[in-house]
Design a binder for this molecule. Structure first.
Ligand code: ZN
Length: 230
């Protein structure tokens, strides 16, 4: 079923076929309602191949821009394919403050590539981010990280063949040009695996060390108090 923009009534509303997606602003998976629809008369005159519509996120009211390909121009109506391109993608989040500075810079850029659907640029930046992380971890760091990733593969139940490109990106020792080409699904796995690896190697350590430091601080404070009140 196509989306139809009609010369007389504007967009034909089909509420049961509303669009649902992850909002780039509030991060909620929400329904999107059409907010700004191009004028059918000008589309019929100019006949562009793609048409942009503004939807409104039902959760936070933010405008969400979507681009549709035109399926067909008819006498007084324009039919669009239902598939669309999100012009703004939700940003991937991570506890960046626990990463070594160099790794943080590279991983932020990796996530930016991922959010923009540039999956091979993403893979290249993952290689750079992981190499910088191994350097920061010091001797034995790469091996430790490798073991964490093996555990992640086991937990996720991913077979060796599907996992090979992910391992190659993170741990391969060849030139940058030798990186395997990744599709969307593989890039998604790489994203989760690398986030988990960084979590295990840096975030978990940092959070735990900070939490214990705070506990010790309060214990020593209360000891001081009890000494004073004695
Ligand atoms: Zn929203």
């Amino acid at each position: 079923m196509a989306i139809v923009i009609n010369e007389d009534q504007g967009m034909e509303h089909q509420l049961e076929e509303r669009i649902g997606l992850e909002c780039p602003y509030c991060g909620v998976y929400a329904h999107m309602s059409p907010q700004s629809v191009p004028d059918a008369a000008s589309l019929l005159r100019d006949r562009p191949k793609h048409v942009g519509l503004v939807y409104k996120c039902d959760a936070c009211d933010a405008p969400v821009f979507l681009r549709f390909a035109v399926r067909e121009y008819k006498e007084n109506r324009v039919e669009l394919y239902r598939n669309f391109i999100e012009l703004e993608r939700p940003k991937e989040k991570f506890s960046f403050s626990y990463l070594p500075k160099h790794t943080e810079v590279l991983f932020r850029e990796a996530l930016s590539c991922y959010s923009n659907n540039n999956f091979n640029a993403f893979a290249s930046m993952c290689r750079r981010a992981s190499t910088s992380a191994f350097d920061a971890l010091g001797e034995g760091g790469k091996l430790r990280a490798f073991e964490e990733v093996m555990v992640a593969q086991d937990i996720a139940g991913i077979d060796d063949e599907s996992f090979a490109p992910i391992k190659s990106v993170l741990f391969g020792s060849g030139q940058h040009e030798d990186l395997p080409l990744l599709n969307r699904a593989q890039a998604g796995i790489l994203l989760e695996v690398l986030k988990d690896m960084f979590y295990q190697c840096f975030v978990r350590h940092g959070k735990l060390a900070r939490a214990i430091k705070v506990r010790r601080f309060f214990v020593s404070e209360s000891n001081d108090d009890s000494l004073q009140s004695a």
